[in-house]
Design a protein. Structure first.
Length: 83
């Protein structure tokens, strides 16, 4: 079975990609992943609803802590450079 995992935004491009992956590239299953990085809950909900109608399987990953860690490190680096 040929499976692909797609980082899914819920927008037009990634929504069109799902049937394209199945029809043109012969994937049997498309799994979508939405990354919750702190955007409004309504955006995640909308993307999740669309993904569940188009994809075979869907996950939402809570990546807020990872993004905040990256942002803190970036600020520290910017401060060090400006010294």
């Amino acid at each position: 079975m040929k499976t692909v995992v797609l980082a899914y935004s819920g927008g037009l491009d990634t929504s069109v990609a799902i049937p394209l992956l199945k029809e043109r590239y012969d994937y049997d299953r498309v799994t979508t992943v939405v990354a919750d990085v702190g955007q409004p809950a309504s955006e995640i909900d909308d993307a999740t609803k669309r993904a569940k109608t188009l994809a075979d399987e869907h996950y939402t990953l809570d990546l807020k802590d990872e993004v905040m860690c990256y942002e803190r490190r970036l600020r520290m680096l910017q401060q060090a450079i400006s010294l």
